[in-house]
Design a protein around this ligand. Structure first.
Ligand SMILES: NC(=O)c1ccc[n+]([C@@H]2O[C@H](COP(=O)([O-])OP(=O)(O)OC[C@H]3O[C@@H](n4cnc5c(N)ncnc54)[C@H](O)[C@@H]3O)[C@@H](O)[C@H]2O)c1
Ligand SMILES: [Zn+2]
Length: 339
């Protein structure tokens, strides 16, 4: 059990790492708290929610929409939630995104905390305060940046995580390694999914290392003016693919990272694409896809990272060192056509 506090520009977040959800009672006032979770998490872990006020959502990305937020707000009103109420998102990235966003707008902002239950949400989605919902094909188009009061990790939730949940989480872990941590890349490269799944201490260390890596990037650039952009490695093309094809987030960004590595070869002289492809494949992630290049390019142009006639693309100089390069749209269109 480890408690750390990280300061952000105008708030701070307590991290309770490797705790149990049973400690929640000591962190918040149970009467003034409302847990938001989804059916899968609730059905698998029902006894952990005993004596808590709970709102249960339908699971899945298709419910990460404004309509779900409206229905939560109606339930909060019925529960007489007020400015002292704290919302606690217990679930994967969909639940934590919706919870953080709802808490940021309900009564102009109430406190919230997260208990992430997927590998991906432990290492990524619950951290950094970006919370929002999708609008049509545009992912996370509407949202807020506001930090949670606390994040609590209870690894017991991973016991019921399906295999695809593990694979998805490793896509973001490999992303972190590619942009910032060559030593971690080497560690992941030498291990396997089975080994991590079988060794609690190994996976616990990996989760903490990734959570802290992302936290430090966010601390230095909370509003994404500079280095936080690096976290979008693989996401520019990845998001465009995810929206149009039936791919999970991890699969989409895995393909996005592979293409970003190829583009890096052309623009930064990067020479380690093969290592990246090998590690992604070792963890069960796809590294190529047949896609309609024009269609994907059209969605990509709408991407939030676009600045006028160029796109800020995250590339690699070497493993462990990501860089942001503005690429003119016409040059990028040609590169994508040639991929
Ligand atoms: N805010 C951010 O900075 C950020 C960063 C990365 C990703 N995200 C968002 O996170 C989402 C993806 O996160 P995710 O992969 O955790 O998705 P998710 O919340 O949809 O969870 C995946 C599935 O696993 C189920 N589940 C969750 N925990 C479980 C458990 N312990 N046992 C069994 N089943 C469980 C869920 O019900 C769901 O069906 C996307 O919407 C993405 O945009 C946000
Ligand atoms: Zn991601």
């Amino acid at each position: 059990m480890k408690k750390l506090t990280y300061k952000f520009s105008n708030s701070s977040t307590d991290y309770y790492l490797a705790y149990g959800i049973s400690h929640l009672k000591g962190i918040v006032d149970q009467k003034n708290s409302v847990i938001i979770t989804d059916e899968n998490v609730y059905n698998n872990h029902q006894k952990r929610f005993k004596n808590w006020n709970v709102i249960i959502l339908k699971p899945g990305e298709e419910y990460k929409i404004q309509g779900t937020v409206d229905s939560i707000i109606e339930q909060l009103i019925a529960m007489e939630a007020d400015r002292k109420t704290i919302l606690i998102g217990v679930g994967g990235g969909v639940v934590t995104d919706i919870t953080g966003y709802t808490a940021s707008v309900y009564m102009r902002g109430i406190k919230f905390g997260f208990i992430p239950t997927t590998l991906l949400s432990m290492v990524d989605a619950s951290i950094g305060g970006k919370n929002g919902v999708d609008v049509g094909v545009y992912k996370n188009l509407v949202g807020t940046i506001r930090q949670p009061s606390f994040i609590l990790h209870d690894l017991i939730f991973l016991n019921t995580l399906p295999q695809f949940g593990w694979v998805n989480g490793f896509a973001e872990i490999i992303k972190h390694a590619c942009i910032k941590d060559a030593v971690m890349f080497r560690e992941v490269e030498m291990n396997s999914l089975k080994k991590y799944q079988g060794r609690k201490t190994l996976v616990c260390e990996l989760i903490q290392r990734n959570a802290i890596l992302k936290t430090k990037i966010v601390q230095q650039d909370e509003f994404e003016k500079r280095d936080r952009k690096l976290l979008n490695f693989g996401h520019t093309l990845g998001h465009a693919l995810e929206n149009q094809y039936e791919l999970s987030h991890g699969q989409a960004i895995s393909i996005g990272m592979t293409y970003a590595s190829h583009i890096s070869e052309q623009l930064t002289g990067f020479r380690e694409t093969e290592r990246i492809v090998n590690v992604l494949e070792k963890f069960g992630l796809p590294t190529h896809a047949k896609f309609d290049k024009q269609k994907v390019f059209d969605v990509l142009k709408m991407d939030k990272k676009r600045a006028r006639k160029e796109i800020n693309y995250v590339l690699l100089e070497k493993i462990g060192k990501g860089v942001i390069k503005p690429i003119p749209l016409n040059q990028l269109e040609k590169i994508i056509q040639d991929l």
